[in-house]
Every structure is written in C-alpha cells, then in structure tokens.
Design a protein around this ligand. Structure first.
Ligand SMILES: Cc1cc2nc3c(=O)[nH]c(=O)nc-3n(C[C@H](O)[C@H](O)[C@H](O)COP(=O)(O)O)c2cc1C
Length: 383
C-alpha cells in the first residue's frame, strides 16, 4: 500500500506513525475513551430514571466540550431514524449524525467526532464527500462508524426492502470500497453489484492519512469479515470473556490476511459512585424505571435477526436489563477503583477502549474525570 502524506508517497509504517502522532484514536493511550449515544433521546438507557440529560444540540456541546477538555478520544453518535415505541419512544428524538459531527467539530478542539452512517441510506459519493468535508472542517478529527441497518421499520421507512443479513455486508463492502477510493484516488470507474461510478472524483480529499478512521460494530461472521477488511476498530458486544477473546482473535487474524490491522474496543454503561452500594442503587433505579415496552421491541427485532440471547425467560430478562441499562453494553457498576479494575481486565483481554454511556452524561462525565481518570493514569491505562 502506498499513500500520500504531505505529497510524498509513504510506506505503511510511516502512515502508522503519522496516525499515532495526529489521530487521537491511534494515540499512545492503552485504553481509549469515547462518549456514546449522546445525540439521541434517553441516550443509551431505555428508562424513565431521572437525569439532566437532554438530546439538544446545546446540551450535546456541553458534554462534548467537557469530554474534549478531560482528554477523551472520541464522540460516537447513534445513527437513528425512528423510535422504538414504549413509553419512552426510545431514541425517537435525535440529531442527524453528519450535520451533528460537522457542528460539534466547530465547538471542540482535539476530540474525534464520528458519524454513524447507515449504508443503505447514503450513497457512497455523498458519504465520502460529507466525510472529507467534516475532516477538513475539524482538521483531521472525523471518523465514520459504518452500520448496515438492522431495525427493519427504520430501514424500510426509506421505501426499500431490507436485504437479508449477510447481503447487507456484501453491499457494505462495496460501499466502503467506493468511499475509500473516493477518499484516496481520482478519476476512477467502478462498476459493481450495487453501485456504478463514472470518473469518480472528490476534492478536497480528507486531511487524515490514509483516510478518516473507520469503525464497525458487527459481531456476526459477516460483520467480522467487514471489520477485518475495512475497519480500524471493531466495537465488540461483549457477553462473555471467552467469546470476546475468540472474536478478537478472529478479527486480528482475518485483518492480517488482508495485510492490515483491526483492533477491538467495546461499549459500556458506567454507574460509578463513591460506594458500591450507591453505584448499585443507581443501576437498580435505571432498571426499576425501565421501559420494557421499548426494550422488548428491540429484543424481538434482534431475535428476528437470529441473535441468540438464550432461550429461557431468565436469560431473556437478563438481556432485557442489559438493554435497558446501556443498549446491551457491558454494565460497569461500582466505585472508581472497581471501574478501573474492570477496565484493566478488558485491556488485558485486548480491548483497547470503550464508548461509554451514562444515565446523566454531563454530571457523571464530570465525576469520571475527577475520580476515575486519575486512577486510570496510575494504572498505566492512560497518560
Ligand atoms: C457500539 C455500537 C454502535 C452501534 N451503532 C449503531 C447505530 O448507530 N445504528 C444502527 O442502526 N446500529 C448500530 N449498531 C448495531 C450494529 O451496526 C450491528 O447491527 C450489530 O452490532 C449487530 O452486528 P451483526 O449484524 O454483525 O451481528 C451498533 C452496535 C454497537 C455495538
């Protein structure tokens, strides 16, 4: 692979070094941190539990600026087009991700801003153009989370029938190849199964070399295949340590077959308080005030997609709780010391960071900065 850094043709090692110096997602921190889902109503908690969080742009700027100031690496919005019903109409009010990223970039300095782009809703030329533009606006701080769309009523709202699961990834592979070619080449033709591009042209190119950071959260074999081929990070859903270790090994070995690296991160809800009892009480409040109507709708949709969450009632209830608490992410509940211990375990497993949600993003992020970050530095997870 060759690419151009400052007009020079460069070796992959030079690109890796350039990224390490210039792109927060590749900095030297052993455990990177992001804020997840802040652009949507109720964030990642499907609950009526009381919070000061609001999915308004003004409040998002406040959260983004705090995360930027305390050194978080990234902000990851959720790409969402409609709600999940229930009494919360979960995630129904949300800010569109590309325009959100462009605007948030103008209110922040160092942190990376992602857009979560649904493949079937955006033509690759538009995705490449918007991404390159936001990368220029932010001076190289843009990243893209590529998702195929699994929420059928949301995707079919666009008037197009949803493809079967694995075919969505065939489309995503072609989409991503087109986006990458637009970012890095000029005047090329593409004639594929889903897209035809005559004399593909894009200017300005993105600032980042070789291109903006690409992430994906697929955990199926097709999803892992996509990540291995195209993503810089896969954001794993961790349900068990053994399974996670196995998936990380698969992603790494498959990426190596394509001559590239793809690393692993995950996502989590953090409930952190001075005492374990207070943290548990916070977690319990989220569950007790959970919106089971919306959570059950999500679980049914996912079961329809063949995700296995166990077959008996207890297993499904446990999965429902995880969705209510933090969109199915790892629940990290405890004192600052306990949270850092759990992060050390994740880092030892090969997980290089977390996209985090909280019930009350701004207030709990402030506490996280004051109480958890210093312990992470002491533990060598961050500089
Ligand atoms: C951290 C994370 C973020 C995600 N963000 C979105 C999103 O914004 N919009 C969306 O429709 N799906 C999103 N998903 C769902 C994934 O794109 C994907 O459908 C899911 O992880 C299942 O992957 P699989 O189909 O390969 O099994 C997200 C998943 C994770 C774990």
């Amino acid at each position: 692979m060759t690419s151009s850094i400052d007009g020079q043709t460069s070796h992959p090692d030079d690109i890796a070094e350039w990224r390490e110096r210039n792109v927060p997602m590749f900095n030297k921190n052993r455990f990177k941190l992001g804020v997840f889902g802040l652009n949507c109503s109720h964030g990642c908690t499907i609950s009526h539990a009381e919070t000061t969080f609001e999915p308004t742009f003004e409040h998002n700027v406040k959260i983004a600026q705090l995360a930027d100031k305390i050194g978080f690496e990234f902000l990851l919005p959720v790409g969402r087009w409609r709600h999940f019903g229930g009494t919360t109409q979960f995630n129904g009010t949300n800010l569109e991700v590309y325009t959100w990223a462009a605007a948030i970039a103008c209110h922040t300095k160092d942190i990376m801003v992602f857009a979560t782009s649904h493949v079937p809703t955006v033509h690759p030329i538009l995705a490449a153009k918007q991404s390159a533009t936001i990368d220029n606006i932010s001076n190289g701080r843009f990243g893209i989370n590529v998702v195929c769309g699994w929420f059928k009523p949301e995707m079919e709202m666009f008037g197009v029938k949803q493809l079967p699961h694995d075919e969505r990834y065939v489309m995503a592979n072609e989409w991503m190849s087109c986006v990458k070619r637009l970012w890095t080449e000029q005047d090329f033709d593409h004639d594929g199964q889903f897209y035809k591009i005559d004399q593909g042209f894009l200017s300005p190119k993105p600032v980042q070399q070789p291109h903006p950071v690409v992430i994906n959260a697929g955990s199926s074999p097709a999803g892992i295949g996509f990540s291995a081929r195209h993503a810089d990070y896969n954001l794993l859903s961790i349900t068990s340590v053994d399974k996670a270790a196995d998936i990380i090994a698969q992603i790494e070995s498959q990426a190596a077959e394509h001559g590239r690296r793809c690393r692993a991160m995950s996502y989590a809800l953090v409930c952190c308080r001075d005492t374990e009892a207070e943290a548990q009480a916070l977690y319990q409040r989220i569950i007790d005030e959970g919106d089971w109507g919306a959570a059950n709708m999500i679980i049914e949709l996912m079961l329809g997609e063949n995700y296995s969450y166990g077959s008996n009632k207890d297993e499904i209830r446990a999965m429902g709780e995880r969705f209510i608490a933090g969109w199915g992410g790892l629940p990290l509940v405890g004192t600052p010391e306990q949270i850092v211990d759990k992060m050390i375990n994740l880092a030892d497993l090969g997980v290089e960071g977390l996209a985090i949600s909280w019930l009350d993003y701004h207030e709990e992020l402030k506490y996280f900065g004051e109480r958890v970050l210093p312990l992470m530095r002491e533990a060598g997870l961050r500089q």
